[in-house]
Design a protein around this ligand. Structure first.
Ligand code: GLY
Length: 360
């Protein structure tokens, strides 16, 4: 097992990365969070696979354990499901000392995390990610949220988890499609911070089946370290954490404008290629770097562009959190491992989208 320590101003915690860790979740939660009652929140894909094992482990650790199951998919990340989950926490007689365990992918982590952040103005959350995307990104760093009709993640809070248990053994049951989707965020981290990681994942793809747990442990741990270094320096995204939004300005716009029919990592991959091609056309990114990014994304079978028109993407991006008044912050790749957050006026951003969509 590899342990990565995250130390933010609001909380320090461990991310445990290993294989076949679920039977030990109870003792890890007990050690990190204490409390008496645990509510496990999971979805109807993950529950039949892992809920019994996790609940049994929590019971062995002495917790009164409850389990709430939501429908899988981004469409559950709304205030109706949030309210149902919070009613469940109340029925379980949870207090502020007790713990929500988010067992699942990014949707479960965000929604259960937001329920934990808002129930009684904040109890504890332990993240037990079961998708590669949640292991490398959403379970770490304390962002929790639900979506509005107007856009993704528009209501949320920061709540750092008490502990994260990333069991790469869970990836054995992940479909190739979901594994590939997750790789959008893995490629993003490599482009942001680690040329060696990009070489590694470009030469031998990490979405091959059957999964190689040892390699995935290494890749997940490295991704968590990359994210940890950013989040430790800027917990609440006032500065450096904005770099983690590489590919997300266009990626979120694709995701919401396509009605969440495409996976988050898939949209981030397309957004990463589109923005990098556009900033290359403006002379801000070397052409060879943009080519390398697009080739790597394509080699995973992920999209490097979107069919959505630039004006549809513009409208969706204007509702995004990354807009600040009349400007939108865009993460520009200067080289592999070197990025810059650059404000674009709305007019400049509209022109950037034309370049990104290949229409300028
Ligand atoms: N997923 C980007 C962040 O956590 O800041």
């Amino acid at each position: 097992m590899r342990d990565i320590r995250v130390s933010t101003p609001s909380r320090a915690y461990d991310v445990h990365v290993g294989t076949d860790l679920l039977a030990g979740v109870g003792s890890m939660v007990r050690e990190a969070a204490g409390g008496h009652v645990v509510s496990v929140i999971t979805d109807d894909n993950v529950a039949p696979l892992y809920a019994d094992e996790v609940c049994a482990s929590l019971e062995r650790a002495g917790y009164d354990t409850y389990c709430g199951v939501i429908a899988a998919g981004e469409r559950s990340k709304n205030y109706h499901t949030w309210s149902t989950v919070c009613e469940g926490l109340a029925q379980a007689h949870m207090t502020r000392d007790d713990v929500v365990v988010a067992l699942g992918g990014g949707v479960v982590g965000d929604l259960a995390g937001f329920a934990a952040a808002s129930y009684m103005r904040g109890c504890q959350v332990a993240q037990v990610p079961t998708s590669l995307l949640a292991m490398v990104d959403s379970s770490v760093g304390g962002k929790t949220a639900i979506d509005l009709e107007a856009g993704k993640n528009l209501v949320g809070a920061f709540l750092q988890p008490s502990v994260v248990v990333a069991d790469v053994g869970c990836l054995r049951t992940l479909s190739r499609e979901l594994l590939t989707d997750s790789c959008g965020e893995v490629i993003k981290h490599a482009v942001l911070a680690d040329a060696d990681l990009l070489d590694d994942i470009a030469s031998v793809p990490v979405n091959g089946l059957p999964v190689d747990p040892e390699r995935l442990e290494r890749v997940v741990a490295r991704n968590v370290e990359i994210k940890r270094d950013v989040v430790d320096a800027d917990e609440t995204e006032r500065g450096r954490r904005q770099t983690l939004n590489l590919g997300h300005t266009i990626g979120h716009a694709i995701e919401s404008a396509s009605g969440y029919s495409l996976g988050h990592g898939t949209c981030v991959a397309a957004g990463l290629c589109m923005v990098t091609r556009a900033t290359a056309a403006l002379g801000l990114t070397p052409a060879r770097v943009a080519e390398r990014v697009c080739e790597t994304v394509a080699s995973y079978g992920l999209p490097t562009t979107s069919d959505l028109p630039a004006d549809v993407l513009f409208e969706a991006a204007c509702s995004d959190k990354k807009r600040h008044g009349d400007a939108i912050n865009v993460v520009v790749v200067r080289d592999i491992g070197e990025v810059e957050v650059r404000p674009f006026s709305l007019d400049e951003f509209r022109s950037l989208l034309d370049l990104a969509c290949g229409r300028a």
